[in-house]
Design a protein around this ligand. Structure first.
Ligand code: SF4
Length: 375
């Protein structure tokens, strides 16, 4: 049986300590003299009020706990979504300041050296490049955010692993295969402890365009699958609904059956909140956005296009782009004449490329930022 703790509380210093103590204390995981790698979720240069990034105050408590356990080196590392720089994300989120104040070291993973290692159990990435800083450490602690994600449904401990990848490997297998990809990264580098920051959280169009919600919880455990299963249940998902949690459990990374997880602290019922579901749908969202979708990947071009529509919404630009047409996927049925701008999104819609602006790729990452207001 694995143990997961759930602690209600708004104050990081109290809730994090209590959650870690309930699973046996930090000393059970970190020994005197250990070098420890701590990975927050710094997906973008946003502040904690967004609900999208790990609260730096949670990182502060983790560093203090590690010091108390006798860790000799504490490295806090992450790289954001590939359009942003790590240094900027560390600064804007406030993580840089906390790390410096606590005498730890900030590691900008997009500037780190990457070493290729063998990962025989992986299904997509039998060789994988991981940050040298992580590989040089004795212990690995992941400190993800409690949030929804339009491609992965939820972004918790297993999804947080994607930030470890090199900039090139972040871009591959970022379609329907993203579920196995995050499991592969977890097989290659399994965290020794996961502490989910749910002091506040994000629902809806995660990872960054959703809404912040008050939750006031911290979830901790040494089995990332169990931690994610409990956290997703708190968000009112069935763990079985989340492909990467299912895959991780099936591939031996941990336990997802709530009946086989010992819960300490609050019960799921006490803290459960229905999170608004994220969506990668692009059809019927806005009257001025017409989507012609054939056979297309939900987590691929559909999701990336939806992120672009969410970006427009967030900045109040949806109406300002005028009438637009989106052609996505293989064998989309498209009228001969189209009114307004036309975007052909993804390699498998290439047959329509002469109808307008072709955004190549599988998936078509470059759709992000591509749809601009009419001059
Ligand atoms: S190009 Fe086609 S196959 Fe590739 S991600 Fe897009 S929809 Fe999927």
């Amino acid at each position: 049986m694995t143990t997961v703790s759930v602690v209600k509380g708004e104050i990081a210093s109290e809730a994090v300590r209590k959650a870690v103590n309930l699973i046996g204390g930090i000393e059970k995981i970190v020994k005197k003299g250990d070098k420890v790698f701590v990975k927050p979720n710094l997906v973008a240069p946003l502040t904690k009020e967004s609900g999208a990034i790990t609260d730096p105050e949670v990182i502060r408590v983790v560093i203090k706990l590690l010091r108390k356990a006798g860790a000799v080196e504490i490295k806090v590392g992450d790289a954001p979504f590939f359009f942003y720089k790590s240094k900027k994300a560390f600064e804007v989120t406030g993580t840089q300041q906390v790390v410096e104040e606590e005498g730890a070291e900030a590691v900008y993973l997009d500037e780190d050296e990457y070493l290729e290692i063998e990962s025989p159990k992986a299904k997509l990435m039998n060789t994988i490049k991981l940050p040298k800083t992580l590989l040089d450490c004795d212990k690995f602690i992941t400190v993800p955010k409690l949030k929804t994600h339009s491609m992965c449904r939820v972004s918790l401990a297993i999804k947080n692993q994607i930030g470890l990848l090199s900039p090139e490997e972040k871009r591959i297998y970022h379609r329907t295969d993203i579920h196995q990809k995050v499991v592969d990264v977890t097989l290659a580098a399994t965290p020794d402890l996961a502490i989910i920051d749910g002091l506040n959280a994000l629902e809806g169009q995660g990872p960054t365009y959703g809404n912040a919600v008050n939750t006031g919880i911290i979830i901790a455990g040494t089995d990332v699958v169990s931690v994610d299963a409990v956290a997703s249940s708190i968000m009112d998902f069935e763990p079985q609904e989340i492909p990467h949690i299912r895959l991780a459990a099936l591939q031996g990374l941990g336990e997802m059956d709530l009946n086989k997880i010992v819960l300490k602290g609050a019960s799921i019922n006490e803290v459960q909140k229905h999170f608004k579901r994220p969506s990668a749908d692009v059809m019927g969202i806005y009257p001025n956005v017409e989507a012609y979708v054939g056979c297309a990947c939900y987590e691929g071009c559909l999701a990336w296009t939806r992120v672009e529509l969410d970006r427009l919404r967030k900045h109040g630009l949806v109406e300002k782009v005028g009438k637009i047409n989106l052609i996505i996927g293989h064998d989309a049925k498209v009228p001969e004449e189209l009114e307004g701008r036309v975007y052909i999104i993804g390699d498998c819609a290439e047959e329509h490329k002469n109808k307008g602006i072709f955004v190549k790729g599988c998936p078509a990452f470059e759709i992000l930022g591509k749809i601009q207001p009419i001059e």
